[in-house]
Design a protein. Structure first.
Length: 210
């Protein structure tokens, strides 16, 4: 049986960690679709391209190689901000969505996480999760991650950034962030990662056995 798991949610909700854990548990390939946008943004920055140049963004998206996505190299905050900017271009989204669907069409299935997986990329997924948490909790998680890595950050600025990203993601005209109609909502605000994983696993198992 093919098992295709679609996981959506806002930044720092825990969707990426859950996606990786579920992929490992089921022995499935995993794609963080957010990294595909970050890869386009980084390639444009490295090339000195203007992020407001839609044609350059489209050309870069057509050439991005999903097999060479380096999470550590793409995790910088500036790259995330740049990715959020180029993600509003409809043709960039269409180009990357086509590549994401190719990844999803593997014989045994796959786990994909992002912001439009259940609604656009994989509307026929076996199970869809929408992982959420309050902006305050997500800002605190991001701050903890920055401090853990030896960085410094202003908590108020991080919270403002989280809210700004949410507004941009939910307000864009093309493929806005929203739960699919048949998605299972999982609020991780009061959960640690183990509790969230157990809850997600239970949802997937129920869907598999339905």
């Amino acid at each position: 049986m093919t098992l295709l798991i679609a996981i959506d949610g806002p930044a720092a909700s825990g969707k990426g960690t859950l996606a990786r854990r579920l992929a490992t548990h089921y022995g499935l390939p995993h794609l963080d679709t957010g990294l595909t946008y970050r890869a386009v943004a980084k390639a444009m920055i490295d090339a000195g391209s203007d992020l407001d140049d839609e044609a350059a963004a489209i050309a870069t998206a057509r050439n991005v190689d999903f097999s060479r996505l380096d999470r550590s190299a793409l995790s910088a905050h500036a790259i995330g901000e740049a990715a959020s900017r180029i993600a509003v271009y409809p043709e960039v989204r269409r180009t990357l969505v086509a590549k994401q669907r190719e990844f999803a069409a593997q014989p045994d299935g796959a786990v994909l996480d992002g912001r439009d997986i259940g609604t656009v990329v994989c509307p026929d997924a076996t199970v869809k999760l929408y992982v959420a948490a309050s902006p305050e909790v997500r800002a605190r998680r991001r701050l903890d991650e920055i401090l853990h890595n030896g960085g410094q950050a202003d908590p108020a600025a991080i919270l403002a950034d989280v809210k700004r990203r949410d507004e941009r993601d939910t307000g864009r005209a093309d493929s806005p962030l929203r739960p699919a109609a048949d998605a299972h909502l999982l609020d991780t605000s009061d959960m640690d990662i183990e509790a969230a994983f157990r809850a997600a696993l239970a949802i997937v198992e129920t869907a598999r056995n339905a």
